[in-house]
Design a protein around this ligand. Structure first.
Ligand code: NAP
Length: 524
């Protein structure tokens, strides 16, 4: 499939005339062909109007059609073959194996949501029978199901050109919920986005869905994203990126005449508590695994372990020495964009002013190369300097040395909201872990034991979210089946005649759903 540089507005390819954009190859430091035509408010309005027009037909399409649509997107992405992988490699400097893995995750995610749609539990179909003889007042017949919110705006992420982008988790969850989607292409992945966009556009047509079910807009600068979030047809926003960008969108959404929810995933340092028993028994292997996790994908993961917290003793000293030695063997690598590389360089420069750098990676040839950097600070310093707890997006981490357990708990209490927290522990550490757990539960979305947070499973029980600033809304996830919840809302039908009831709530359960009927859960 050929990349044309057009936007995809409903069934049409539309050439934007407001600006000319080019994708960039950060490894070769060169522009990529072709040029893209950037659109503006007019194209956003057209995409949003089509999405609004599509909404009722799309949400009422049989669940089987919706599921087949999701599966068709997955099939069409696979059919793009190496064309997609090669373009994503050129636009992101990510290696082939990583992008092939990400493609597998993306299609797996679409297929998971297809099976979720078929299974129907997300409807939360609930029936409370009327009690006409109840005293002192009779009870009405009450039936509840969840319905989709309406058209959703999705902002692709720089660090996952496939899995958090045009047909990534946000889009898959919104489509599964019954929402049309308008994607704002990430400026770093214009070609990858068009290829995947065309795969979605074809799936819309092949499944007989209304054209406004999907659009992809492209623009230069913030204006197009701002117009998208402000458009009255848009009912929710999915975003992954910087804290500044996420908060700007939250602000626009809150100031609309009709405010809407923004699910923005922004920043997290993913603290790792290295407890004494674990360091005593396997500190050396943990040090190597920690540095592998910090430098994986040039540290460009939202789950990168940016903070390790340990108790002062000789095992922690050994762990720090081993981690420093491991990091010194890691070389500089090209980051996703020159902007991200510049932000990383600036971040470590500021960190050098507040913390002791104990190790630096090897410099390499990379054009936008990020040099790994490791820091050590006392808990006292950490508690006094809040900037040490801020995310620097890239291959860097801070080790915090605590005098005693109480100080470790104080550090945990001081943390901002996070996507994850990790406990490296052995049996002897259970009591300390038990003290930390209630603090961490209030701070993070996922608590792991004896692993590292990079690598997020797409499954039913996954939670990839957390209190601010990890996300703008801690009540949901951006990865895994529960993501569908963000794009649904409950509606209760009171005393409606059978002729008006949705199929999910009909007496004879024609969709064969599991329902909560008079307090009993089952296929009833
Ligand atoms: P970004 O600058 O926040 O951009 C993400 C998307 O939002 C882009 O499509 C961008 O497009 C748009 N956008 C940003 N600010 C906007 C605004 N004020 N109004 C409207 N649209 C806006 O993030 P990025 O390019 O992915 O990476 C930059 C930094 O984000 C990184 O250095 C890192 O700190 C952070 N990041 C964090 C995570 C995480 O998961 N925690 C992941 C990726 C990146 P335009 O620029 O074209 O408007």
């Amino acid at each position: 499939m050929k990349i044309t540089g057009d936007m995809l507005i409903g069934a049409s390819a539309v050439r934007g005339t407001d600006a000319t954009l080019r994708a960039f190859d950060p490894a070769r430091n060169a522009d990529l062909e072709p040029a893209f035509g950037g659109g503006g408010a007019a194209e956003v309005a057209r995409a949003c109007e089509l999405a609004e027009a599509a909404f009722d037909d799309y949400r009422h399409a049989p669940f089987e059609t919706r599921a087949q649509f999701l599966e068709a997107i997955a099939d069409n992405i696979i059919a793009l073959g190496d064309t997609l992988i090669e373009r994503a490699m050129a636009e992101s400097a990510l290696p082939k194996a990583r992008l092939e893995g990400e493609r597998a995750r993306t299609v797996g995610q679409l297929r998971l949501f297809a099976s979720l749609v078929r299974e129907g539990r997300w409807l939360c179909a609930t029936l409370d029978s009327a009690q006409p003889d109840r005293k002192p007042l009779p009870r009405s017949d009450l039936r509840l199901q969840k319905i989709p919110l309406g058209p959703v705006a999705v902002f692709g992420a720089s660090n996952f050109p496939l899995a958090f982008s045009v047909a990534g988790g946000d889009s898959a969850a919104a489509f599964a919920a019954g929402c049309p989607v308008v994607v704002k292409s990430h400026p770093a992945h214009l070609g990858t986005s068009e290829l995947v966009g065309r795969a979605v556009q074809k799936a819309v047509a092949d499944n007989g869905l209304p054209e406004g079910t999907f659009s992809l807009v492209v623009g230069a600068g913030n204006a197009i994203g701002e117009a998208l979030v402000a458009h009255p047809a848009i009912q929710a926003v999915g975003f992954t990126g910087s804290r500044r960008g996420g908060l700007a969108l939250v602000d626009i959404a809150a100031k609309r005449p009709v405010p809407i929810p923004v699910f923005a995933e922004m920043s997290s340092v993913n603290p790792v508590f290295a407890l004494p028993g674990a360091l005593e028994t396997r500190g050396d292997t943990l040090a190597a695994a920690y540095i592998d996790s910090v430098t994986l994908g040039v540290g460009q993961f939202c789950t990168n372990p940016g903070l390790v917290i340990g108790l002062e003793d000789s095992d922690l000293d050994d762990f720090i020495d081993n981690a420093a030695a491991a990091l010194e063997k890691k070389s500089a690598q090209t980051m996703l964009t020159a902007g991200i590389a510049a932000a990383y360089a600036d971040g470590v420069k500021h960190r050098d002013a507040t913390a002791k750098r104990i190790a630096t990676g090897e410099s390499g040839e990379a054009a936008s190369g990020a040099l790994p950097a490791l820091y050590r600070v006392s808990a006292e310093d950490f508690l006094a300097k809040p900037q040490l707890a801020e995310e620097i997006f890239g291959p860097t981490s801070v080790i915090v040395v605590c005098r005693d357990e109480d100080e470790m708990i104080s550090v945990a209490r001081r943390l901002e909201g996070q996507l994850t927290a990790t406990l490296l522990m052995e049996k002897d550490d259970v009591e300390l872990a038990r003290r930390l757990l209630p603090v961490l539960e209030r701070k993070v979305g996922r608590i792991l034991a004896n692993g590292f947070p990079t690598g997020v499973e797409v499954s039913y029980a996954m939670m990839h979210g957390g209190p601010f600033p990890a996300t703008s809304d801690s009540r949901s996830t951006s990865v895994g089946a529960m993501a569908i919840e963000r794009f649904l809302r409950p509606v209760c039908y009171q005393d409606l005649p059978a002729a008006l009831l949705p199929a999910a709530l009909a007496d004879d359960n024609p969709l064969n759903l599991w329902r909560l009927r008079d307090g009993e859960l089952g296929p009833n």
